[in-house]
Design a protein around this ligand. Structure first.
Ligand code: FRU
Length: 450
């Protein structure tokens, strides 16, 4: 994975090697290996003309870098290969992605859906536009039409695309096809505008009855949804005759500072998101890279709500009973805490001198605190919590609590009772201390190095 000449780089999270990355794209288990593509700009540590970077893995932990799969230009003429998805059909690997063309800017910008394919999963040929202005009903804007997510049901391909009604906010619209080349518009899932200014990266998981969608500039809801852009989940069902989505429950997919544009492996309930956020500084740029993807997470629907756990084999954790006080070391790895009859919990990690990243139970919420984590990240968020380096996860009153913390260079992801908070942290080198203090009837602890 490492083309970077620095020790300060993620050990097991996907990143770009050099340059900028954002959204995961085209996640697919193809010919026996886990493929992950991502939005990639190799020339600098800021966003630029988008390519699709490509890595592959046997275990979702060790990733091998492959050549860039899609680069802008060539006969199809797009100036950026924006986000999209993958599907296997007739033994080939197909990518459906958004081609961006500037055309002088303003209303002449075009974001249309393009197709590419490969028979070895490494080298791709482009087939040009397959969902263009002709397929897009006139009330939607071709300037904001992106992030196709394809799936197959009963022999038919379906695709969700993020769209915008002219003069309105975001929508999620659906298309159908029998061959991946010819598509027809079939519906607008909610039939009303998103709260945020635009939807991005919509996905429907037919097996789970789960819709996820990102919203740009969505308004905060109390102390939740504070990031400038964030991701919602909806449980419910898509009606394949009307293409309306009937939502049962709705929630926030990640309570941390840095999570956006998640995508799941097609036909497998494993999701990866972008472990960063728009409109912020990225202090790792001094080491030659900006942006990482989250650790893969298993997604389930339990009691009508999304439930997420890290995609690590549980057997790897050799839990041992403790008196609730643990001193350990951790930079690249995971710890698991299981507590029965919990009264209080305070976990500090990445400790060195006064530097630390903290997680604690505070009344009816879990509080994540990166105010002392190291180098500061500043963004456009000006609310009290964001300025204080705080994010909150609602507490679930359960007899047993399970917490898994995934730690890697520049990130901490905390899984607690089915919820997650993912954030970047930039402590100085050698910040490896971990202190846990738990009051509970029973507390078990395990660590694995990765
Ligand atoms: C989401 C997004 C997508 C777009 C891509 C461009 O983060 O804005 O909507 O396809 O990034 O890089």
């Amino acid at each position: 994975m490492d083309t970077i000449n620095s020790k300060r780089k993620p050990a097991f999270h996907i990143y770009g090697g050099v340059g900028w990355i954002n959204d995961p794209n085209g996640l697919i288990y193809y010919k026996g290996r886990w493929h992950a593509f991502f939005q990639y700009y190799p020339e600098a540590t800021h966003w630029g003309p988008m390519h699709w970077g490509h890595v592959v893995s046997d275990d979702l932990i060790n990733w091998e870098r492959l050549p860039v799969a899609l680069a802008p230009g060539g006969e199809s003429g797009e100036e950026g290969c924006f986000s999209g998805s993958a599907i296997e059909f007739d033994g080939r690997l197909w990518l459906l992605y958004t081609g961006y063309t500037e055309n002088g800017g303003g209303d002449d910008v075009r974001q249309l859906q393009y197709l590419a394919s490969s028979d070895d999963g490494v080298n791709f040929v482009k087939h040009g536009i397959v969902i263009g202005e002709k397929e897009l009903p006139p009330e939607y804007s071709p300037c904001n039409f992106r992030d196709p997510r394809v799936w197959k049901k009963d022999g038919v391909f379906y695709c969700l695309v993020a769209a915008k009604r002219k003069g309105g906010n975001g929508r999620i619209i659906a298309f159908r096809s029998e061959n991946l080349f010819d598509w027809q518009f079939v519906g607008d899932l909610f039939g009303e505008d998103s709260k945020g200014s635009m939807t991005e990266c919509p996905e429907y998981n037919d097996q789970l009855g789960l819709l996820t969608v990102c919203e740009q500039f969505q308004p905060a809801e109390g102390k939740a949804h504070l990031n400038v852009h964030s991701t919602r989940w909806y449980t419910g069902a898509l009606d394949y005759s009307t293409f309306k989505f009937k939502a049962e429950n709705c929630g926030i997919m990640d309570y941390g500072f840095d999570f956006y544009a998640p995508q799941s492996y097609i036909d497998r309930n494993i999701t990866i998101g972008w472990l960063n956020m728009w409109d912020r500084n990225v202090p790792s740029d001094k080491y030659g890279f900006a942006g990482m993807l989250t650790f893969p997470r298993r997604i389930q629907v339990k009691d009508g709500a999304l439930w997420q756990t890290p995609a690590i084999d549980g057997e790897l954790f050799h839990l041992r009973e403790t008196d609730g006080t643990v001193s350990d070391k951790l930079v690249h790895g995971a710890v698991k805490i299981v507590a029965e009859g919990l009264e209080s919990l305070q976990l500090d990690l990445r400790i060195k001198g006064d530097t630390r990243t903290s997680f604690r139970l505070d009344g009816n919420e879990w509080v994540f605190d990166r105010s002392l984590s190291g180098e500061k990240v500043t963004g456009v968020e000006k609310d009290e919590d964001s300025l204080a380096g705080i994010r909150r996860i609602p507490y679930k009153n359960l007899p047993v609590h399970e917490i898994t913390v995934i730690s890697d260079e520049f990130s901490v992801e905390i899984f607690v009772d089915g919820e997650v908070a993912s954030s970047t942290v930039y402590p100085e080198e050698g910040a490896d201390g971990l202190e846990l203090a738990v009051k509970a009837d029973l507390c078990k602890y395990a660590k694995i190095n990765m």
